[in-house]
Design a protein around this ligand. Structure first.
Ligand code: DX5
Ligand code: ZN
Length: 215
């Protein structure tokens, strides 16, 4: 599986959003990661469907939508037209299996995510029906936090699960990813990396993305 780098728009300068999207795409971004937060599932409110539509209008790479919201079952359809992937949280207050199935039926790829305090065993029952597992490597809600190395245990468990059951979901890490922690994640088995601060604050975005990719 080739490594995918998904810069998080949360860390972009929204005052010049269009320009930042162009810059990061030119620098080699494979996907753009969109962090939707509702102030319930996580302790922050970010942006919703209208903002994502603005991004979709100018983006030339696929959009990776991360719904950190309590009711993804109610809201996911509003992102369906613009997203490649829609990832929901296992901690959400809804029928997770049914929501994942509906996302897939719509033609989008379905992802499941878990917070640092949630054990890997909680997502295991869904791994036969997802395209992506997103392992949070910080407490979700804010960019710019420190990577939690102990989450690599979940990444290794996912890699083993995928091999044992011959599955092909991507293993994505999200939070505090930079050149050092990105390398740690790749070694543990991640193949997809979200990076906000480390890409958007970099002097040379292209170099930052190349290094994250392990090149
Ligand atoms: C955290 C979000 C992340 C965040 C990552 O709640 O899910 O996608 O934007 O930002 P950095 O890379 O700055 O930790
Ligand atoms: Zn995210």
């Amino acid at each position: 599986m080739s490594v995918i780098i998904a810069p998080s728009i949360l860390a972009a300068d929204w005052g010049r959003l269009h320009e930042q999207i162009r810059e990061v795409e030119k620098a080699g971004a494979d996907w753009l990661h969109l962090d939707v937060m509702d102030g319930h599932l996580v302790d922050n409110i970010s942006f919703g469907p209208a903002f994502c539509e603005s991004v979709a209008k100018v983006a030339t790479v696929p959009l990776d939508v991360h719904l950190m919201i309590t009711r993804p079952d109610h809201y996911w359809t509003r992102f369906a037209k613009l997203a490649l992937n829609i990832t929901i949280h296992v901690e959400a207050d809804c029928d997770v299996a049914a929501t994942l199935a509906a996302i897939r039926e719509s033609g989008c790829k379905a992802g499941i995510s878990l917070k640092p305090g949630t054990p890997f065993s909680r997502v295991e029952p869904y791994l036969d029906r997802v395209d992506l597992l997103l392992v949070m490597t910080v407490e979700p809600g804010y960019g710019g936090q420190a990577f939690m190395p102990e989450m690599m245990e979940k990444v290794r468990a996912a890699r083993a699960n995928r091999a044992t059951h011959r599955r092909d979901y991507r293993i994505e890490v999200d939070g505090g990813i930079n050149t050092t922690t990105g390398h740690t994640s790749l070694e543990a088995g991640a193949d997809t990396m979200v990076a906000g601060t480390s890409v958007f604050a970099a002097k040379d975005m292209a170099a930052a993305i190349r290094t994250l990719r392990g090149e």
